[in-house]
Design a protein around this ligand. Structure first.
Ligand SMILES: Nc1ncnc2c1ncn2[C@@H]1O[C@H](COP(=O)(O)OP(=O)(O)OP(=O)(O)O)[C@@H](O)[C@H]1O
Ligand SMILES: [Mg+2]
Length: 166
């Protein structure tokens, strides 16, 4: 369902040019479980950000369900991120001043789900990861593993086709 063809991505900071992805080719089928291994700084997060539509490639192509993303508009990327992808960030990226329930509900706000349905699905997702008793806590009131599970619940609540876990 996803194909990566000859993807390149560089970061420029002042005079330093860092090649993060150098002509990467990869294909993912439906229902496939893939682990990407590599040393720290080798480009794993960069690759996942590109697959998840959070960052753009410099050259090459990402083909989603047979369609090239070279001509994707911002709106196409928004739809893809909101409906196809669930993303678990390496550093969780939870909103610190909101309860974990609100953190998970927020994903569904962007997807246009009704308030009652949002609440129901967010509670179910948090219960699924074993956090049913902690719904009204702030992220800072949780353990590291619990925060990580909030991030997992948030990525699953939309029932995405693709789950990216950094
Ligand atoms: N926003 C950025 N600006 C400049 N350089 C960056 C940026 N993000 C990443 N890099 C550089 O690109 C390279 C790849 O980084 P990336 O975060 O993809 O690595 P990683 O494989 O996820 O590492 P880790 O296992 O430590 O999470 C690194 O050398 C990093 O310093
Ligand atoms: Mg990383």
């Amino acid at each position: 369902m996803l194909q990566i063809k000859q993807i390149c991505k560089e970061y420029r900071t002042g005079s330093l040019v860092q090649k993060a992805l150098d002509h990467v080719d990869l294909s993912f089928r439906d229902s496939e479980f893939v682990a990407i291994l590599g040393p720290s700084g080798s480009g794993k997060t960069t690759l996942l950000n590109i697959i998840g539509g959070l960052d753009r490639y410099d050259s090459g192509d990402l083909i989603i369900n047979g369609v090239s993303t070279k001509k994707y508009t911002d709106r196409d990327w928004d739809t893809y991120r909101n409906h196809t992808i669930g993303f678990i960030f390496q550093s969780y990226n939870l909103i610190p001043h909101q309860t974990i329930l609100s953190n998970v509900e927020l994903t569904l706000t962007v997807s246009g789900v009704s308030r009652a349905e949002r609440r129901k699905r967010a509670v179910a997702a948090l219960e699924e990861v074993g956090l049913g008793k902690h719904l009204h806590k702030l992220p800072s009131q949780l353990s590291g593993g619990q925060m990580q599970r909030v991030a997992i619940a948030r990525a699953l609540v939309n029932d995405p086709d693709v789950l990216l876990a950094d």
